[in-house]
Design a protein around this ligand. Structure first.
Ligand SMILES: Nc1ncnc2c1ncn2[C@@H]1O[C@H](COP(=O)(O)OP(=O)(O)OP(=O)(O)O)[C@@H](O)[C@H]1O
Length: 251
C-alpha cells in the first residue's frame, strides 16, 4: 500500500466548500477535517449534501468556491483520475459495475487506461489478474469470478465495487452508502472488511444512513445539515448533540 511521506493528523480537509445547483445550495461553505488513519463517517438527513460533497472532493463536479486539501496538498478541482492517483478511492451510492462483464473483468477494468475497455477480454496483464483474484478472495466473492455482474446479488456487487476500488491501492477510501440495499449478513461482511482495511492503515470516509453501522464502526463522525457540518466528534458525542436531533427529527 502507498504510504504517505508523512502522517498528518488530518487526511482530507475542506475550507468553505460551496456548490449550488440552480437555486439549491447543496454545499454551503463547508469546512470539514477528516481524521487520518481513522474510520470517519459523514451523516446527515436526506438532501443535506453528502453525495455532492463526495463528488466535489473526488473531482466528479467542480465546486463553486472553497478548497479541498489532501495530506496538505491542494487538490481542488483536479479531475477524478488525478484525485485517484493522489491516493483517494471511492465507491458510489448506486453501485457502479458493468453488468455484462464478468466479476473478474469488472475488477480488471479498474486498472485499464481510458478507452481500452473494449480490449479488456483480449489483453490481460497476469500480475493484474493475480491481484484481482486476490482482492476477490479478500472480499469473499472469488467463487463468482466467471459470473456476469448482473447475475450476482446487489450486496455482492457492492463487494465487487470495493474490490475494484482496492485495485487502485488507495490510502483513503470514500464509500457512499456501502450498506444501502444490502442484506444484514453482507452488511456485517462489509463492516469487517472496513475494520480490517483500516487496521492495515487505510483511512475511511463513509456516508451511511444505517445508524447502527455508523455508530458501531466509526471513530469520528461529521454531521451535515443543509450543506454544512453542524456537529462532529465521537459517535457518543454526536448522538447526544441536540443540534443533531433537531436536524434529523426537525424538533
Ligand atoms: N445534479 C443535481 N442537480 C440539481 N440538484 C441537485 C443535484 N445533485 C444534488 N442536488 C440537490 O442538492 C441537494 C443535496 O443533495 P445530495 O444528493 O448531495 O444530498 P445527500 O445528503 O447525499 O442526500 P441522500 O442522503 O438522500 O443521498 C439536494 O437538495 C439535491 O436535490
Amino acid at each position: 500500500m502507498t504510504t504517505p511521506a508523512h502522517s498528518p493528523t488530518h487526511s482530507l480537509t475542506t475550507e468553505g466548500l460551496t456548490k449550488s445547483f440552480g437555486g439549491v445550495r447543496a454545499i454551503d461553505g463547508a469546512s470539514v477535517a477528516f481524521h487520518e488513519g481513522e474510520i470517519n463517517a459523514l451523516i446527515g438527513p436526506n438532501g443535506s449534501g453528502k453525495t455532492t460533497f463526495f463528488n466535489c472532493v473526488t473531482g466528479m463536479i467542480r465546486p463553486d468556491a472553497g478548497t479541498v486539501s489532501y495530506q496538505d496538498r491542494d487538490v481542488t478541482g483536479l479531475p477524478p483520475h488525478r484525485i485517484a492517483r493522489s491516493g483517494i478511492g471511492r465507491s458510489f451510492q448506486l453501485c457502479r459495475v458493468f453488468p455484462r462483464l464478468t466479476v473478474l473483468e469488472n475488477v480488471l477494468v479498474a486498472v485499464q487506461p481510458h478507452g481500452l475497455l473494449q480490449r479488456l477480454r483480449g489483453s490481460r496483464n497476469p500480475a493484474d489478474v493475480g491481484r484481482a483474484r486476490e482482492l476477490l478472495a479478500r472480499v469473499g466473492i472469488d467463487h463468482l469470478e466467471h459470473a456476469e455482474a448482473r447475475d450476482i446479488s446487489y450486496g455482492q456487487q457492492k463487494l465487487l465495487e470495493l474490490a475494484g476500488v482496492l485495485m487502485g491501492d488507495p490510502h483513503t477510501i470514500m464509500l457512499d452508502e456501502p450498506a444501502g440495499g444490502v442484506n444484514p449478513a453482507l452488511v456485517d461482511r462489509i463492516a469487517d472488511l472496513v475494520r480490517e482495511l483500516n487496521a492495515e492503515g487505510r483511512t475511511f470516509i463513509i456516508v451511511e444512513h444505517n445508524m447502527e453501522l455508523v455508530m458501531g464502526l466509526s471513530d469520528h463522525v461529521v454531521v451535515f445539515d443543509r450543506g454544512r457540518p453542524i456537529a462532529q466528534g465521537t459517535p457518543a458525542v454526536v448522538q447526544d448533540d441536540p443540534l443533531v436531533l433537531e436536524a434529523y427529527l426537525g424538533v
